[in-house]
Every structure is written in C-alpha cells, then in structure tokens.
Design a protein around this ligand. Structure first.
Ligand code: 3HC
Length: 301
C-alpha cells in the first residue's frame, strides 16, 4: 500500500550511488544504513581528514559488531566496508544520484553545502537533508534546481528506530518525493510525509518533554525522579537520557527554532541553555546518576 502522500513509485529515480555530506555520528549511521540496505557505494565527505577517518572507522566498527552478532557473514562485512569510502572533495559525488547532508544545523552552512553539491552532481540528482528542524524550502531556495530537494529526517539510533520524516518543500517535485519514499522502503523505514514546518512533528514533542522535565528539576524535583516519572507513558527512553543521546547542543538548536517560530507555545528552556553554555555533553555520570555539575546547574547553581 502506498504511504499517505507518496507519489506513484514509477516516478522514483534509481539510486546507484549515495553521497553523505558530513562524517559525524549521524552521517556515519546513515552511510552504513544506505550501504547495507541499498547495496550501493556510499561516499562520506567532510572538511578534514581526521573527521573523515573517524566517520569511516565508525562504519567499519559497526560492521564488525554486526558480524560479531552473526547478523552478517564475513563476505558481507568485507563487502560493506568496501562500499563505504571517504573523500575530502565533493567531486567524488559527480556520479551520485542521491546526496544527503548531515552537517551542522545552521541554515547558511547547509545552503552552502547544497550549492557546492549542486555544482558537481547531474541536474537531476536528488539532494536530501537530515535537518531536525530547519526549513527545507529555505535550504533549497538558493539552488538552480530546488525541486530536487527533500527532507529525509532520521532518528537516533538510525539502525534501530523505524521512523523517517519525509518533508516536502514548497518546490519539491514528485520525482524527489517518490525517490525518497522508495528509498525509505528499501531502508526498511516507516516514512511519514510532514509539512515543511519548524521541527516537523516528532521533535516538537521531544522538545516539550525534555524542557518540562528540566523545568521540574529546576523547581526542586529530584532529577532522577522527574526523569523516570514519565516511564509509564511508554517512552523507550527517559527525557534526560534522550537529551544525552541527541546532545544538548542539537536539542537547544531545535528549541530555539521552535521558539522563533511559535514564541507563545515554545519557550527556550533556560536549564538547557545553561547546560549548553557550560559545555556539558553528558547529563549522567557513569553510574547513571545525574552528573553532580549538571545537578548543580539545574538547581540554580
Ligand atoms: N547504534 C546502533 N545500534 C544501537 C545503538 C546505536 N547507537 N544503540 C542501541 N543499539 C542497538 C543495540 O545494539 C541493540 O541491538 P541488538 O538487538 O541487535 O543487539 C538494540 O539497539 C537494543 O539496544 P539495547 O538492548 O542496548 O537497549 P534498549 O533496548 O534499551 O534500546 C534504544 C536502546 C534503541 C536506544 C532505546 O532506548 C530507544 O529507542 N530510545 C529512544 C531513542 C529516541 O527516542 N531517539 C530519538 C531521538 S530524536 C532524534 O534523533 C532526532 C534529532 O533530530 C534530534
């Protein structure tokens, strides 16, 4: 059955090679997923060799884990490792038909990246963005072919979570959208079509959960208690664990985007602001109690 809003699949472009801009954690997870499920070469691209090497090593490490669990055999592991390569130059995308960006969440950076990619790919290659909250329409607006841009937003950990938000920008055409839905199916993801609106759908809810738990803590509820109080709602992970997983900087960015769009509905959490300002990436200590410094920040210290 065709997912709601998906154009006819006969419009989809065949994907024979994938480019991934960025080589951070999200990019590495995407590279592995594309290689494993589409069985096509995947090129990671980043600005410096160290980041690139880290990205490729991450993929190789995850392939070894799959091998260790018996999910794939040695031949498949070797094959997957060979499929994923790194390049400092976007020229390596010249024959890619699907390029996805997973770089820093800043509109100007993403627009620049897309312009650079457009300069090397064919005129009908699809450009996808894994943005968490930014406007797909605005990201495409500087391009010669904005109709090829589509939002393709995954959730962390990419290998495990089934959801994929597909976002149609104002100019996105049916070919880009059909290609995105067809790719989603091959990637074994559950794709939902979202309007190009700030933070789409899921991150609006996650932002509220995280902000409200932080607020309760700052009002005096013990952090561990506040965090675990929501467990009966059936969330697979408590809000503060989730905050650690997505990273406070990314969460703050989503919260700021939502605040700018809907100031009356979304405040920027002052507690989250403090955590990011203090450069804290980890909310929990190794024994899974809240890090004492974070506790102090949240209690107004
Ligand atoms: N990468 C790859 N695989 C991972 C992983 C990771 N980072 N973390 C966990 N896994 C795998 C494990 O290897 C295990 O696989 P197996 O069954 O093959 O052995 C499987 O997931 C289950 O892991 P665990 O048994 O260790 O632990 P749990 O059952 O507690 O599951 C979890 C862990 C999958 C992370 C689960 O807690 C969960 O789903 N949490 C919610 C995460 C979530 O809500 N993410 C959304 C974040 S928002 C976002 O990404 C959007 C962005 O725009 C901000």
């Amino acid at each position: 059955k065709r997912p709601a809003g998906a154009p006819d699949k006969s419009l989809a472009r065949k994907i024979t090679k994938v480019g991934v801009v960025g080589a951070g954690l999200m990019a590495g997870q995407l590279a592995l997923l594309f290689a494993r499920r589409l069985d096509v070469p995947v090129v990671l691209n980043d600005l410096d060799q160290e980041s690139l090497d880290k990205g490729v090593s991450y993929v190789h490490g995850e392939v070894d884990k799959l091998l260790g669990k018996g999910r794939i055999n040695q031949d498949k592991a070797n094959h997957l490792k060979a499929l994923v390569t790194g390049s400092l130059s976007k020229d390596a995308f010249a024959d890619a038909d699907f390029v996805i960006e997973a770089v820093f969440e800043k509109m100007e950076i993403k627009q620049k990246v897309f312009s650079e990619v457009e300069a090397v790919v064919s005129s009908d290659a699809i450009l996808a963005t894994n943005t968490s909250s930014l406007s797909v329409t605005e990201m495409a607006s500087k391009l010669k072919h904005p109709e090829r841009v589509v939002g393709f937003h995954f959730f962390n950990p990419v290998a495990v979570l089934p959801l994929l938000e597909i976002v149609r920008g104002e100019k996105t055409d049916d070919t880009a959208l059909a290609t995105a839905f067809t790719a989603a199916k091959k990637l074994k993801k559950t794709a939902v079509l979202c309007k190009d609106a700030p933070a789409f759908v899921v991150n609006r809810l996650l932002t509220l959960f995280m902000g409200e738990v932080l607020g309760a803590v700052s009002e005096g509820t013990e952090p561990e208690v506040a965090d675990r109080a929501v467990a009966p709602l059936g969330l697979p992970m408590s809000p503060l664990m989730l905050l650690q997983l997505v990273g406070p900087a990314v969460a703050l960015h989503v919260s700021e985007t939502l605040n700018a769009a809907f100031p009356e509905r979304f405040a920027v959490s002052p507690e989250l602001d403090k955590i990011v300002e203090a450069g804290k990436n980890e909310i929990f200590a190794s024994d899974l109690s809240i890090d004492p410094e974070v506790k102090e920040l949240l209690s107004g210290g």
